[in-house]
Design a protein around this ligand. Structure first.
Ligand SMILES: *Cc1c(COP(=O)(O)O)cnc(C)c1O
Length: 374
């Protein structure tokens, strides 16, 4: 089979998603399934819907278009503020977008009028992570302005923590979001539909037994696809952490000196780390020598720092197209395949690389292979 390839086990993704939908449902919280790390793959989107998510979200309108073209009709939210140059496409394909700039809402309003549609807005609030969001003190006036735009409907508010600065969702910042929702309801005489508390980093808070207040939505990507919570990257109890794996193929396997020779300058990707030139660390079949195997996988395909190799195998180095591994003296033959686990960064890049094929598996159905797009 072709390599490199991502093997995607849809049954495991279904299990992860339905488990989280059930656990959060018991706390009064629905799940928006986030497809951006999967590049909007329609098979994954359909799996999330079958597992009970209330809708789908993606940061890229291109991915939303991919899902719509594949016939996915679930409610769709653009979870990054729209680029002004894309408002027409956003209104055409997404039911809701996350917004922080009234200028953009105004343009969405024009596009929605032209398309004779109503576009939903979730206003994002800054609660400390310093990524997107309206400052809390400015939220109520922004709400009043959003309510005045034609063909625009205020659907709710939300916040995003952890992604930029690692700020943890906790009782204090979540209570602040609930209080803001209450205040907006009091000021507008309505009731906000969506109060979206955050991403996979919110899970420990949401499942801790804490008062979830007005929070009725979480947007989950990493927790579903990788089975881990992003604050400490710990596996989530009862979820699969190997639903998606990356397989690479060996193209060279040789006994070589464990240290480079010649004058050392920079490598293709900047300064060489000390570990790359450190003395033999035990991979050698004899002192000063090491069995090194090269896999046809590089920085153009994934984030090598986010790969977890099988036991007994260490990643020794990487360039654009070559991944060099040591295998504790066990030679790996040319043509051999190894399977890596991935972190979020390695997953997102592998999904985005045209050189990496995706293979969807279900235990109940035959393997479907979609070629690398290159
Ligand atoms: C990426 C993203 C998410 C999902 O994050 P995970 O950690 O993958 O769950 C949620 N909300 C926003 C705004 C995002 O950009």
């Amino acid at each position: 089979m072709t390599a490199p390839r991502l093997e995607i086990d849809l049954d495991k993704i279904h299990h992860n998603a339905s488990t989280l939908v059930e656990r959060l449902g018991a706390r009064g919280i629905g799940v928006t399934g986030i497809t951006k790390a999967a590049l909007g793959a329609p098979e994954i989107a359909a799996t999330l819907i079958a597992a009970g998510v209330r809708g789908l979200g993606d940061s890229r309108v291109e991915n939303i278009e991919t899902m719509r073209r594949a016939g996915i009709s679930a409610p769709m939210t653009l979870i990054r503020s729209p680029m002004p140059s894309q408002v027409k496409r956003v209104v055409a394909q997404a039911d809701i977008s996350f917004n922080t700039e009234l200028e953009v809402v105004g343009r969405l309003s024009f596009a929605a009028q032209a398309a004779r549609r109503t576009h939903g807005i979730v206003l994002m609030v800054e609660l400390g992570d310093l990524r997107e969001g309206i400052m809390p003190g400015d939220l109520e006036s922004s709400v009043l302005k959003v309510l005045s735009f034609p063909n625009i409907a205020l659907r709710g508010i939300g916040t995003n923590l952890a992604c930029r600065s690692g700020v943890a969702p906790d009782a204090r910042n979540m209570a602040e979001l609930s209080a803001l929702a209450d205040r907006i309801d009091a000021g507008s005489g309505g009731r906000l539909g969506i109060v979206s508390g955050g991403n996979s980093a919110n899970l420990s808070w949401a499942l801790s037994g804490a008062d979830t207040g007005r929070i009725n939505d979480l947007r989950l990507g990493e927790a579903i696809l990788l089975g881990r919570e992003p604050l400490h990257r710990r596996p989530i109890d009862g979820l699969h952490t190997d639903a998606i794996t990356l397989i690479a193929e060996a193209i060279e396997s040789k006994l070589k000196p464990s240290r480079p020779w010649g004058e050392i300058g920079q490598s293709a990707f900047g300064a060489v780390s000390a570990s790359a030139v450190k003395p033999d660390s035990g991979h050698g079949m004899q002192p000063g020598r090491t069995v090194q195997t090269i896999f046809a996988l590089g920085r153009q395909d994934t984030d090598p720092d986010g790969l977890v190799p099988p036991d007994g195998i260490d990643v020794l180095g990487c360039s654009s197209d070559h991944l060099i591994v040591g295998s504790s003296g066990h030679p790996l033959s040319v043509g051999a395949e190894i399977r890596f686990q991935l972190n979020y960064s390695a997953l997102a890049r592998a999904m985005t690389s045209p050189f990496v094929a995706r293979v969807m598996k279900e235990s109940s159905a035959p393997i479907r292979e979609s070629a690398a797009t290159y």
